[in-house]
Design a binder for this molecule. Structure first.
Ligand SMILES: [Zn+2]
Length: 327
């Protein structure tokens, strides 16, 4: 029989709307195995849980390990979570997932303690311990992709707030009568600065017959995504460049609020839209500088995340290493 001494490895899963990424790390936080597979969220929560478990087991096998080598497992997932019960109450991009008992399922399947964390919160901690935030104590992490999420490390500690919802920069109001956000409320940063906002703006441009280049790319791809707009911008399409710069401008307004509220040393930008580089982040930086107070502005730098796809999973690894999971 395997003794407790065998149980030295940590499993971390980033459950996304489109893909699952599992990582196995040793007790020093070094990654030794991984697995990627589609979430196929439309198949429902039961199939999804089964896939989560299978993904961790595949990451273990990838590292040449077995189930009883695991000491603890953690999952991060977008949207609200209930960490005390280990339940995902609802998930905006996982249709049909209501009150899904993630921790209970994985604890039963794998026989180890488990934790559940919001993905942007986990990512903030991952960058703090292993990424761009190393050596800093006051960190704002923001992920910009289809939506916008965020997490806070304040005075060297992860700050979750009363309901685990702290740091949600995406849902600060910046335009009182602005378009509706993914959360259903008007004028939030996410509604004006996210990938979804960029795509919506591009559709409006196409609807009024603007930008033939964007129209051609949209027809080739069969849809207009933020990525389509970025491709048109790389081809020097003025309208596409304007749409992305405008989204960056709105992000900067949100960032200025963060600078004034938290006086961070660094703001780390993760998520897919950071690949748009200065076209997007330049206007964000400018607008942040134009609106934030002088003193906190002098203290802050805007940097890109360093851990790529692994930010969330590595945050879970860091939390597990600190003993976040108890049976
Ligand atoms: Zn919102």
């Amino acid at each position: 029989m395997a003794g407790e001494g065998r149980r030295r490895y940590l499993g971390a899963v980033d459950l996304g709307g489109s893909k699952i990424l599992s990582v196995v790390a040793d007790h020093e936080g070094r990654m030794v195995g991984e697995d990627r597979r589609p979430t196929d969220a439309e198949e429902g929560p039961e199939a999804g849980l089964e896939r989560l478990g299978a993904s961790i087991e595949a990451a273990l096998a990838n590292a040449g390990l077995r189930r009883d080598d695991l000491r603890a497992v953690g999952v991060c997932s977008p949207g609200p979570i209930d960490p005390a019960r280990g339940v995902i109450p609802r998930a905006p991009n996982l249709p049909g997932w209501h009150d899904v008992p993630v921790c209970q399922y994985l604890a039963g399947r794998l026989g180890v303690p488990t934790i559940l964390e919001n993905d942007a919160t986990a990512a903030a901690y991952g960058e703090f311990v292993y990424g761009a935030g190393r050596g800093f104590r006051h960190i704002v992490y923001i992920t910009v992709s289809t939506g916008i999420g965020g997490g806070l490390v304040l005075d060297g500690r992860l700050y979750r707030g009363a309901s685990g919802a702290a740091g949600e920069i995406g849902h600060i109001t910046i335009d009182v009568d602005g378009p509706l956000c993914g959360c259903g409320k008007p004028g939030h940063v996410e509604a004006l600065a996210s990938g979804r906002a960029i795509a919506r703006e591009a559709q409006a441009v196409l609807a009024r017959g603007g930008s033939p280049r964007l129209a051609r790319l949209a027809e080739e791809e069969g849809e207009v995504s933020a990525e389509t707009v970025y491709r048109a911008a790389l081809e020097d399409d003025a309208e596409a460049r304007r749409i992305i710069q405008r989204a960056g401008y709105y992000l900067g307004i949100g960032l200025a609020a963060y600078v004034d509220l938290f006086n961070p040393e660094i703001i780390i930008i993760g998520g897919g839209l950071r690949h748009m580089g200065e076209l997007y982040l330049g206007p964000a930086r400018e607008e942040m500088a134009r609106r934030a107070m002088d003193e906190p502005l002098k203290a802050v730098r805007l940097v890109e995340a360093e851990l790529g796809d692994y930010t969330g999973a590595m945050g879970i690894v860091a939390l597990l290493r600190e003993g976040a999971a108890t049976a």
